[in-house]
Design a binder for this molecule. Structure first.
Ligand code: ADP
Ligand code: MG
Length: 411
């Protein structure tokens, strides 16, 4: 099957060609036809399998061909996503697929000024990608009109329907026309959320690819048993042994992210952090530096675990195991995108063993354990540059002490 075989506008096919998309991925193959037919879809497919284009291609095609209402009457497609970074990324994909088609794509998210967003909205938008908070602000102020929405998409659907977001999504439904198409996309879902998803739509939903193994097959992932306090030595070793690699490190909290950054700095490894306490412009800047490779090591909390598509991430390291088992799948899924291969290591300390058990239950299979003999373990700790750092720091302290003594004597 080629994109040529679909009944989509030739302009879209040309855009796909310039993106280097030669044929549809499995999930695209299975979801494009029912979406084009106007059906509601719940699509589950592994990370990195092209879910964005699986909804963007048919939606762009429908909006381009239908031209049902005027742009000034309100937006026609609304995509809800959990983070600002993801909103921008998805807007980028829509823009590429809709090039030269006279469809306006825009995204709104919090953490930046409203003014410029309002200006764009006033000019008229066809496809809007949004995080809930800012969108509701703009809806209540009358800048976003939802009564013409033809398609609603929840990307990272299980997350959008879970505790933190469900109320927002339920509120949103009240603003939308009853007659609309609803699409849910995610790499993971559980029975409870699936039921909830069904309850939000009127027609039957079609369930797509639901793989036995939620971790994509091009990701090689394993776990290393290390003591909590030794984790930094193992991270140091991994980074130094793969000096040219792009490495994404996940930690449990913002504080730990900053702590790992400092520990790496002590041993001469530059890195950056990304988490919810950072200003929006800094978050975007760091992510772009990581994208271009100017930053090789990025330390992140789970806010970056969902959906973010960065090419050539060689390694994902779970410095701490994720507390939500499904986040294991999303975190390791930041590597091995598309046809690329990726590798993921998880550091598991004795106190994290129950979390590992839960993750393995979620995956329905054990994760390979990297066998570390005692010598390798000790060598990793002993060869850390931190020892020489400590020595240097001590010498500096001694020097300062001597200097201050000399000064005192002169007086
Ligand atoms: P998912 O949402 O399933 O995790 P994305 O939509 O972010 O995955 O896509 C993952 C990567 O695959 C992106 O870099 C995208 O450009 C690429 N991709 C998507 N569809 C195709 C295709 N048909 N051919 C080649 N590459 C594709
Ligand atoms: Mg995605």
């Amino acid at each position: 099957m080629k994109f040529d075989d679909y009944s989509i506008a030739p302009e879209i096919k040309r855009n796909l060609e310039s993106l280097g998309f030669k044929k549809p991925t499995d999930i695209q193959f299975k979801s494009i036809p029912p979406i084009l037919k106007g059906e509601d879809v719940l699509a589950i497919a592994q990370t990195g399998t092209g879910k964005t284009a699986a909804f963007a291609i048919p939606v762009v095609s429908m909006l381009y061909e239908r031209k049902t209402s005027r742009r000034s009457e309100g937006i026609k497609c609304l995509v809800m996503v959990p983070t600002r970074e993801l909103a921008l990324q998805i807007a980028g994909v829509f823009e590429q697929i809709a090039r030269h088609l006279n469809l306006k794509v825009f995204c709104v998210y919090g953490g930046v000024e409203q003014g410029p967003q309002i200006q764009q909205l006033e000019a008229g938008i066809d496809i809007l990608i949004a995080t809930p908070g800012r969108m509701f602000d703009l809806v209540s102020q009358g800048y976003i009109r939802l009564q013409r929405v033809e398609v609603l998409i929840l990307d990272e659907a299980d997350h959008m329907l879970d505790l933190g977001f469900i109320k927002d999504i339920q509120d949103l439904m009240k603003f939308l026309p009853r007659k609309r198409q609803t699409l849910f996309f995610s790499a993971t879902i559980n029975e409870k959320i699936k039921k909830l998803a069904y309850s939000l739509v009127h027609n039957a939903i079609r369930i797509q690819i639901s793989p036995k193994d939620p971790v994509a097959k091009n990701i090689d992932h394993s776990v290393v048993m290390v003591g909590m306090d030794d984790k930094r030595f193992f991270l140091e070793r991994l980074i130094k042994e793969h000096a040219d690699s792009k490495i994404l490190v996940f930690v449990r909290t913002k504080i730990r992210a900053e702590r790992v950054l400092k520990a790496l700095a002590r041993v001469g490894i530059p890195s950056e952090t990304i988490h919810g306490d950072k200003e929006q412009k800094d978050r975007l800047q760091v992510l772009n530096q990581f994208r271009t490779g100017a930053v090789k090591v990025l330390i992140a909390t789970d806010i970056s675990a969902r959906g973010i598509d960065i090419p050539n991430v060689d390694y994902v390291v779970n410095y701490d195991l994720p507390e939500q088992p499904e986040n294991y799948v999303h975190r390791v899924g930041r590597t091995g995108r598309g046809t690329q291969k990726g590798q993921a290591f998880s550091f598991c300390s004795p106190e994290e063993k129950p979390i590992l058990d839960e993750i393995e239950q979620f995956l329905t299979k054990p994760i390979t354990v990297v066998a570390l003999d005692k010598d390798t373990y000790e060598e990793t700790v002993d060869t850390s540059a931190e020892a020489s750092f400590d020595l240097k720091a001590l010498m500096k302290e001694a020097e300062e002490f001597v200097m201050s003594r000399k000064k005192k004597k002169k007086k």
